[in-house]
Design a protein around this ligand. Sequence first.
Ligand SMILES: Cc1cc2nc3c(=O)[nH]c(=O)nc-3n(C[C@H](O)[C@H](O)[C@H](O)COP(=O)(O)OP(=O)(O)OC[C@H]3O[C@@H](n4cnc5c(N)ncnc54)[C@H](O)[C@@H]3O)c2cc1C
Length: 386
Amino acid sequence: MSTTQFDIIVIGAGIVGAAFAVAMRDSHLRIAVIEPHPPAPPSAEWDTRIYAISPGSQDFLRDMGVWQQLDSHRIQPVYAMDIHGDDAARLQFDAYQAGVPQLASIMESSPLQYALWQTLQTQENTQLINAACTDLRWSTTGGQVTLADGKVLTASLIVGADGNKSWVREQAGIHAKRSDYAQSGVVANFTVARDHQGTARQWFNESGVLAWLPLPNQHISMVWSTDAAHTAALMAATPEQLAAQVAQAGGHALGELRQIGRTAAFPLSINRVDKLVQSGLALIGDAAHGVHPLAGQGVNLGLRDARELARTLTQRGKAPCGDVLLLQRYQRARQTDIVAMQTMTDGLHHLFRHSHPVLAKLRNAGMNFTNQITPLKSWLMRQALN
Ligand SMILES: Cc1cc2nc3c(=O)[nH]c(=O)nc-3n(C[C@H](O)[C@H](O)[C@H](O)COP(=O)(O)OP(=O)(O)OC[C@H]3O[C@@H](n4cnc5c(N)ncnc54)[C@H](O)[C@@H]3O)c2cc1C
């Protein structure tokens, strides 16, 4: 049995784990990244998983040289957001009014994952390990990971970036309170008859939240967060039926739709994790928090974790990477952002789930009010631009 020693072992190289490892490129620390399913090169087909990447996340990726590797023809800037409540309530955001070039960039998941992975492959201080883990334990000096082939790796710090059902979190005995929303996010892509003009559209009503995210070349990506029966009906629909239902639910705002690619559905839940760190361990990304996708912020929250943990570690002075007092700095820096996003998305989900007429009046009045009250609107905007 051979043992290999690192300073940091990252378990899971989704977008968040990989971005963290890239952010540590100049740290002179020895890093291992364990990922059993490395990303495949992106295909010509549009991905079903599409992200709204915030300007803050974009800056982070650009500073690391990753954004520049992406094909700009497959990225759509969002210049405006148009949010509809039931009862004709409206909330609108505009990049021009906010004094920023764009509100977000809509892009596919797989090219970003692949660009991060390619960057890691050329990174001198990083070893990529394509394997599954079978055991994980901690001692006073850090963590010890056993791989499926029996190899043992040790490090001062284990970074759990292995997604919402995190095995690392479970091995560490950190409790996560998961509440099922009894909803799924149904996703599909369409071509549209009318120019979307870089506007992201969202409709909140009792049947859930329907989002149309603009993509290049007259395409849009749909995320419909909706209950089990409606999910089953949408999944069973033919492409023509789905296109007709989605067009109707969006008030035919972009004319006729035509589906491209397949339809997929993801169960939705909120995941509140007791703590992000303990001695020798830090959690980032969906391993650290789950949020409703209605604000399209899951991956952005995770990228902010990655940036903050990297910043904490590069400013650690003489402390070992796994030092709990050091790691608590990362936790303190991230808590407010995570709780605020969970509270906002959870609150909006519950507010629009109820059909009570008084609640309907209140939420629609609230949307119209927010649309007119500049400080509140500016606060919401700042959250989105982070
Ligand atoms: C329908 C839907 C729509 C969404 N839309 C948006 C959006 O528009 N914008 C947005 O920001 N977010 C969105 N999200 C959320 C977003 O998908 C997640 O927040 C994001 O993928 C989290 O990234 P991650 O790297 O933390 O985890 P993951 O993407 O889950 O990656 C985890 C990685 O860990 C690996 N792994 C798992 N177990 C192990 C193990 N035991 N050992 C080693 N490796 C392991 C996996 O192979 C994977 O590569 C959406 C989510 C859903 C469900």
